[in-house]
Write a protein that binds this ligand. Structure first.
Ligand code: FES
Length: 192
């Protein structure tokens, strides 16, 4: 007699294996659910620990107070100011410090000044204002810009980056500080 054939066709044997399989699946499911339940109390903690990583860094893209209209009075020439802000990264908030420079160019007629980033759009050197020629000049590769920000000559692919100005209160001058990629003909903002 062929015992293997008899064993395979034995209903009792089939029922035994099916029961074992069902038991194994139940065990795996129970272990998976148990693991999820065990992790549950730690989820809020994990969210708290990783929350700084989900926060935006705040270097650019923020309104920053620069000076007062009173401090600009008495001259129609652009003046350079530091952009001072408190930087923040994923975990820390740093005390306010200079993070960039900006030129404020008075417009007269009661209009707010125009603001230009000092960063040369060519490769990022800081431009200087030359009062003799009434233009901004870059010391690195001799790009020059009119007081309107327009490129006069040199390799810069675009004019100086203008920043929006807002007058708050009586005479506080605030700018919408942003950074842009250098070496591009169009302004491409660098995310904060
Ligand atoms: S960095 Fe200003 S001209 Fe090159």
């Amino acid at each position: 007699m062929d015992t293997s054939t008899a064993s395979n066709s034995d209903p009792a044997s089939t029922d035994c294996c099916g029961t074992r399989r069902r038991g194994l699946i139940k065990g795996l499911l129970a272990a998976a659910i148990g693991g999820l339940v065990a992790l549950f109390p730690f989820v809020p903690g994990l969210l708290v620990l990783t929350s700084p990583l989900r926060k935006k860094r705040t270097i650019g893209g923020q309104m920053i107070r620069i000076t007062t209209l009173g401090a600009l009075a008495g001259s129609d020439r652009p003046r350079r100011f530091q952009v001072i802000a408190a930087r923040r990264d994923a975990w820390n908030k740093f005390p306010p410090e200079p993070i960039a420079g900006v030129y404020l160019a008075p417009q007269g007629d009661g209009k707010p000044p125009r603001a230009f980033s000092v960063t040369c759009p060519h490769l990022g050197c800081a431009v200087d204002y030359n009062g003799d020629t009434d233009e901004y000049q870059c010391p690195c590769h001799t790009s020059a810009f009119a007081t309107s920000g327009k490129t006069l000559y040199g390799p810069s692919p675009r004019g100086l980056d203008e920043l929006a100005v807002e007058i708050r209160g009586e005479d506080e001058v605030w700018i919408d500080y942003k950074r842009f990629e250098v070496g591009k003909s169009k302004q491409i903002e660098i995310p904060s």
